[in-house]
Design a protein around this ligand. Structure first.
Ligand SMILES: Nc1nc2c(ncn2[C@@H]2O[C@H](COP(=O)(O)OP(=O)(O)O)[C@@H](O)[C@H]2O)c(=O)[nH]1
Ligand SMILES: [Mg+2]
Length: 239
């Protein structure tokens, strides 16, 4: 500790300490490989799944990839519509069924369509309601099984979306979803507000799930790759 003489020294030491904890989970999402590459977005209601899907799609479109959406949140009619609206803005088609349809059936059709139409990336939205009759985790497992049968190795990314403003609750969500569904990547949304995202430290330390992106707003371009050093600096509050 001899080298810490000023506030700035202390802050830099803290940044380095936190950065060291976060570096192991700084693993960018790579969608090159399996075609179509299938991403299943998971997370409880309101965390920002659908918005994040649109932002991700924008990133892939900018890489000249062909993207398809699957509207597997059939629980609310408005959820299907919301995804379609984003799709229309981006020029992306959405495979959908009726409201209340079996989400796995939508996933199946979307997987088939993605292959038939030569898509590079298929992104599946999903419902996030907990505590209802149909067990959410079982429903998500069924989606995974169905797409896995249709496309080898799919879903290639089981992406959990958590909301930074949920703090400790986000840790519980990560544990629960990971236990049931083997999460392969995390997106942390709403870091444009006052939330500092301190909850990622235990996630990084004990779950060791890669953090792919962070959401910093409600618009299409507000998704940036997770960088351990930048995140640590924001947590400590240094430029
Ligand atoms: N400020 C902010 N709002 C976000 C962010 N991501 C999503 N939202 C907002 O959070 C709300 C819920 O998003 P939505 O995508 O519908 O969540 P879902 O229920 O998980 O699909 C919407 O009002 C979004 O605009 C973010 O990174 N920052
Ligand atoms: Mg949604």
């Amino acid at each position: 500790m001899g080298r810490i003489k000023t506030d700035d020294d202390l802050k830099e030491a803290m940044v380095e300490e936190i950065e060291g904890l976060l570096v192991p989970v700084e693993k960018p999402l790579r969608t090159n490989g399996p075609v179509p590459f299938v991403i299943l977005a998971l997370g409880v209601n309101g965390v920002g799944k659908t918005t994040t899907i649109a932002k991700l799609a924008k990133i892939f479109l900018d890489q000249d990839k062909r993207v398809l959406f699957g509207a597997c949140d059939t629980f609310r009619a408005s959820a299907i519509e919301q995804l379609e609206v984003w799709g229309a803005r981006l020029g992306i088609e959405t495979v959908k069924h009726r409201h209340d349809a079996d989400p796995a059936a939508v996933a199946y059709d979307a997987a088939k369509a993605a292959r038939a139409r030569g898509m590079d990336v298929l992104i599946l939205d999903s419902a996030g309601r907990l505590h209802t009759k149909v067990n959410l985790m079982e429903e998500m497992k069924k989606i995974k099984r169905v797409v896995g049968k249709e496309l080898e190795g799919a879903p290639h990314e089981t992406l959990l979306v958590v909301d930074a403003t949920n703090g400790q609750n986000a840790i519980a969500q990560a544990e629960k979803f990971n236990e049931a569904l083997s999460v392969t990547g995390i997106v942390i949304t709403k870091l444009d507000g006052t939330a500092k995202g301190g909850f990622v430290l235990p996630i990084a330390h004990s779950l060791r799930i890669p953090i792919r992106y962070i959401g910093v707003g409600e618009q299409m371009d507000d998704l940036i790759p997770f960088r351990a050093r930048d995140f640590a600096k924001a947590m400590v509050g240094v430029e």
